[in-house]
Design a protein around this ligand. Structure first.
Ligand SMILES: N[C@@H](CCC(=O)N[C@@H](CS)C(=O)NCC(=O)O)C(=O)O
Length: 87
C-alpha cells in the first residue's frame, strides 16, 4: 500500500499477546491469521489475494512485471515463499 501511495489506517495485532485469537480479530478473520485488510465493509485475507486485489484496484504503480512470463515467475516465487510453513 505504501508502494502504491495509498493512505490507510494501520491497526497492529500483537501476536505475542494472542490478539489474533481474540473475538475482535476473529470477527474480521475467523482463521485468526494476519494480515487482514478492511476496505469499508469488505474484509480481505490471505496475503496473495490481498496483493492481487490491490493490483487490480490500484494498477499504478504496478507491483508486477509487465511481461507475462516474468509475472508468472514472480507469482511462483511468492507461492513458494508462502507455502513454507504457511496456512
Ligand atoms: N497464507 C496466509 C498465512 C498468514 C499467516 O500465517 N500469518 C501469520 C503471521 S505471518 C499468523 O497470523 N500467525 C499467527 C498464528 O499462526 O497463530 C497469508 O499469506 O496471509
Amino acid at each position: 500500500m505504501n508502494l502504491k501511495g495509498l493512505s490507510y489506517d494501520y491497526v497492529a495485532v500483537d501476536l505475542r499477546k494472542s490478539e489474533h485469537r481474540g473475538a475482535a480479530f476473529k470477527g474480521l478473520n475467523p482463521q485468526g491469521l494476519v494480515p487482514a485488510l478492511v476496505d469499508g465493509v469488505r474484509v480481505l485475507t490471505q496475503s496473495v489475494a490481498i496483493i492481487e486485489w490491490l493490483e487490480e484496484h490500484y494498477p499504478t504503480p504496478t507491483l508486477l512485471p509487465t511481461d507475462v512470463n516474468d509475472r508468472v515467475r514472480v507469482r511462483a516465487l511468492a507461492w513458494i515463499a508462502l507455502s513454507e510453513g504457511s496456512v
